[in-house]
Design a protein around this ligand. Sequence first.
Ligand SMILES: [Zn+2]
Length: 73
Amino acid sequence: LHGKAESAGREVIAVDPRNTSRTCPECGHVSAENRPTQAKFHCVSCGHLAHADTVGALNVLRAGLVRRNANPA
Ligand SMILES: [Zn+2]
């Protein structure tokens, strides 16, 4: 995957997937209780509601951007 993406001129950033599906994108609260069901995200701290897949994707994207800013090429 890495080599393929590079040859296509894209940037690949490795992201630690831990906690991405249970971290609130609104307030940053991390809890397994933020996930009442497999498909649903409901922050127990601020009440933010979203689809679990959306939250996971958002958090992975943010983690990648943070990494890139910390290690400028
Ligand atoms: Zn929250």
